[in-house]
Design a protein around this ligand. Structure first.
Ligand code: SF4
Ligand code: SF4
Length: 463
């Protein structure tokens, strides 16, 4: 049965009957492509190298899903650092809002790993093996197995395996990943399945799904309508200059000026998401600037000024001036400065969590000299990445005496320790069976904290 055809505009990656519309974009050489290549290959080198870089003995960037720790250039955040993680998340979100308000989808077109790998690694291999867009369309239509296409998929599979390992290195670390890869899958079935699953997803994405990831799977593209304003940087077609468009030979018998657009469709042929930028700003536009390079080349050929398609803003396209200062470009930096300040303040704050715990076993004993010895249990969480040496002293309690099995305690980075302490106080100092003492906990790097501990003693010792 023939499916019903859509009566309204459908996504550029679909035909009207809902089947996939394969896009085989031409490559337009030009200044923006050159710039994107420099940025793209530099980013690929960074993506590959960063998992091996260590800062302060820790990976420069690692979101360790097994230990639930995030390492960012020497700083370590644990899942329990709720407020720090929340502030870090807020910084990222507000930065994304600000960058998008100012520069539109520059991230998508220039720096997103999806675009960078697809446009600078996978598509060049496809062009090399399968030729021009028209040759690829012929291959699409041909029946049977074709050697060049098989070779392409084999190379894609190998590349996907490498990229899956690079990707996972940011979540499990290179050492653990090396074990997964080098040791027999039977010894690490979970690790092997993870690598194989991610590699299969990458192959599916870069080989088949492609621009649909940006169109239907990535939430960032869908948020553009709220993240952009009319002054944000976009790639746009200057309708006032380009229209009325028309082919040079059969040009319009129109009264008045003709536009600069010669309706050559070069801008459409190069678009990796298959849209026509002349129809205005569209959700599918990833800001790759290929249509600018294509149209600039056409303008050069017909001796017209460049930038019929160019970086602009919606207001600028309507002849209004550019304005850097708008509500959101003032609000976001203020918000970002506030959240970043809070984050830095919280980061430089306490490096150790001190918790008073409930005593276990006999909570007090009476000593031969009549003093009451009570238990005080203190738990230390060393939240730094290095070993710290802690000492505990009584604070402002001249009638009390602290007894500890050792003078200092070494607590490794990221570890906890509960200290067994005994405090001797006169029986007469208990009020309704309780006595509060202050203990000063300090480490060898400047951390110090006073905690109050309630000692439990003889109930009858009420003055
Ligand atoms: S490349 Fe330029 S001239 Fe050609 S159709 Fe697109 S906008 Fe018009
Ligand atoms: S419209 Fe232009 S900038 Fe947008 S995705 Fe297509 S080629 Fe890239």
């Amino acid at each position: 049965m023939t499916p019903p055809l859509a009566t309204e505009r459908v996504l550029s990656t679909l035909n009207q009957d809902g089947t996939r519309h394969w896009i085989h974009p031409r490559l337009a050489a030009g200044r923006f492509l050159r710039g994107r290549k420099v940025v793209g290959y530099a980013l690929i080198a960074m993506f590959l190298v960063l998992p091996f870089v260590h800062v302060g003995g820790r990976p420069a960037l690692l979101l360790d899903v097994l230990t639930q720790e995030l390492s960012v250039f020497g700083a370590v955040f644990k899942a329990t650092d709720g407020y720090l993680m929340m502030l870090l998340g807020l910084i990222i979100v507000v930065t994304v809002f600000l960058v998008t308000a100012l520069f539109g989808r520059v991230w998508c077109g220039w720096a997103c790993p999806q675009t960078v790998y697809l446009e600078h690694v996978f598509r060049p291999i496809e062009r090399w093996l399968e030729g021009s867009p028209s040759q690829r369309r012929k291959l699409d239509a041909a029946r049977g197995v074709h050697g060049r296409r098989v070779l392409k998929w084999l190379i894609y599979a190998a590349l996907s395996f490498v990229l899956a390992n690079v990707f996972l290195a940011y979540f499990v670390g290179v050492d653990r990943l090396a074990t997964w890869v080098l040791v027999s899958p039977l010894q690490h079935p979970g690790g092997f399945m993870t690598v194989a699953g991610v590699a299969a997803l990458m192959l599916f994405d870069f080989g088949y799904f492609r621009e649909q990831t940006c169109n239907v799977a990535c939430p960032y593209g869908r948020l553009q309508s709220v993240l952009l304003d009319r002054q944000s940087l976009i790639i746009g077609y200057d309708t006032r200059r380009g229209e009325p468009r028309g082919k040079p030979k059969k040009h319009l018998p129109v009264i008045g000026e003709r536009g600069d657009c010669i309706d050559c469709s070069a801008c459409v042929a190069v678009c990796p998401t298959g849209i026509d930028i002349r129809e205005g700003l569209q959700m599918e536009c990833i800001g790759c600037a290929q249509c600018i390079d294509a149209c600039d080349a056409v303008m050069d050929r017909i001796a017209k000024p460049r930038k019929l398609i160019g970086y602009t803003s919606q207001d600028e396209l309507e002849g209004k001036p550019r304005r850097l200062l708008r509500t959101r470009t003032i609000l976001y930096p203020v918000l970002l400065a506030g959240v970043t300040g809070l984050f830095v303040w919280a980061l430089g704050g306490e490096t150790t969590q001190v918790h008073v715990e409930r005593a276990q076993g006999p909570i007090f004993v009476e000593l031969p000299d009549g003093m009451i010895s009570s238990q005080a249990r203190i738990k230390l969480d060393n939240e730094t990445d290095e070993e710290r040496s802690y000492a505990v002293h009584l604070s402002r309690a001249p009638d009390a005496k602290l007894r500890t099995p050792q003078v200092t305690w070494q607590v490794q980075g990221g570890r906890s320790m509960t200290l067994p302490l005994f405090v001797d106080v006169p029986r007469s100092s208990f009020v309704h069976g309780k006595r509060v003492v202050s203990l000063r906990v300090a480490d060898d790097r400047g951390f110090a904290r006073i905690v109050e501990v309630t000692l439990l003693g003889p109930e009858g010792a009420v003055p």
